[in-house]
Design a protein around this ligand. Sequence first.
Ligand code: ADP
Ligand code: MG
Length: 590
Amino acid sequence: MSRATITWLAGPVARARTREPFRLREAVRVGTRELPGEVVRMDTGEIVVQIFEDTTGLRPGDAIEGTGQPLGIRLGPALLGGIFDGLMRSLDTAGGACAFEFVPEARAGEALAAGSAFGQARAAGAAPGRAQSCLVPPGAGGEVTWIAAPGEYADDAIVAKLRGADGRPIELAMSHFWPVRTPRPVAERLASDEPLVTGQRLLDSFFPVALGGKAAIPGGFGTGKTVLLEALAKACNADVIVYLGCGERGNEMAGVLDEFPRLEDPRTGRPLRERTVVIANTSNMPVAAREASIYTAVTVAEYFRDQGLAVALMADSTSRWAEALREVSGRLGELPGEGAYPTYLSSRIADFYERAAKVRTLGGAVGSVTLLGSVSPPSGDFSEPVTSHTRRYVRSFWALDTRRAQARFYPAVDPLQSYAEEADAMAAWWQRVYSELPAGARRAASGANEWLELRRRFLTLLEDQARLERMARIIGKDALPASQRLALFCADLLNDAVLRQSAFSPVDRYAGPKRQAAMMRLVAHFIEQAEAALARGVAPERIAAMAVVRPIARMGEEVAEGELERFAALEARMESEFAALEAGEAARAA
Ligand code: ADP
Ligand code: MG
């Protein structure tokens, strides 16, 4: 292997003299401790490497040795349920499974293409994990010459042999190596017309992200980015979750690390941890490893996608990743761009989000990687470089607002700053949900697509609210005409009844699509009845004082998942209260 000699060191970066061939992005081992590193720049007679571990004790004169391979990780059955650092070294003190039950699914003589499954693996021992496909790695493939009998093997033991197209032998284990900075190839990228169901009304019903889509969650300190991403990691309908804690304080990840082993996946009843891979690169870990961890995480996500699964990757926070990029770039003496970030910040953010997709895999299955990245702009200023560049590459933008968070209105997603460019593509999916609501629930909209219509109406109402509140501050609320006072009240009700949702409420932390639809309908129906009452002369203040208002505002807490018929009862109560109100008004007028 090629060798070089360190001539200069600064934090995680070293320059080294060499006469031997290295490659850009080659993984290296540095010094007597063989610290992992990567070649990031090459000049004649010199390489520059970044080092992924603490470099104290390293000195000029120490040796760097090439590995001949790009920076990469092993992908295999040992990932699910594990906790790893940014280079996928296990952080699990209990130690994950090292032996796996292998069940062959191919026979000698059979031809296997790249990306197809040749067997199943599951953790051996007392608590067998779920079955995972063993894939022929991209670039490999050929005729099976031998395959192991069912049994227990280490994940890197040879369990199949192929003869490649050129006659060369290929040996396969349950796990395989993949360079993290290279996207795994797919047969085809597919359009997505299906949302990732997050269980958050404000996201699913207002600003959905497609399965295979990409969303950014920008928000100042304490606005709820971590709580939201963790809530999504627990409840969203992906098959596999890759949770990347990137540069945040260690205790920020406590929720994921302590809670996940104990929680159950509500859909399968299996431990949540079984569908989760946690990658922790907290602020006390070396900065270069943080830069690499985002590629590691997305590579792991693509690996499960290639098994035909829907994968969601939560990265908290991409700003800390960008800061790592900035620090390494500074040490390299590169010319700084905006905010002292390197000039390639934008293209690196693009490269990351580009890896989100719904695809047909090489093996012919359909899988997806949905990317959700939090952004922590200093002092909540969305015009700073990381937020503004991220905005160019995501399709859903969930802006967390400091004022909403200070008012303890959670999730603090600001409906006026947030958007979802793929909402129209999700409309048919939502239409099916609305059409499956129990009979009796009144359809609230006459348009072709009830969800699109309600969403548009509600977003308009929220915009009106902002405008009317500005006006009320100037002229006083009582000076507004009755219709505008009613609009303000209806907007408050919409906020309390639908948008507000506590991540810590046992009943309301997850709202399935049907419950969301029922609540949207009920509020729309209330607003229609209120407007009709107003037209018949009922004052907005009397509508606001109706007894049914409070149960509607609290229905997220009071009507649990699977109790949809209780919405019909609430609706009936609402109708009779409106009838009484109007009868009273008529009597008064007479
Ligand atoms: P950030 O990661 O943006 O700095 P956190 O996610 O740590 O902020 O949230 C800060 C605090 O706000 C939490 O400890 C919690 O008390 C509250 N909070 C945030 N989001 C929610 C939510 N969805 N439901 C209830 N409380 C929340
Ligand atoms: Mg946080």
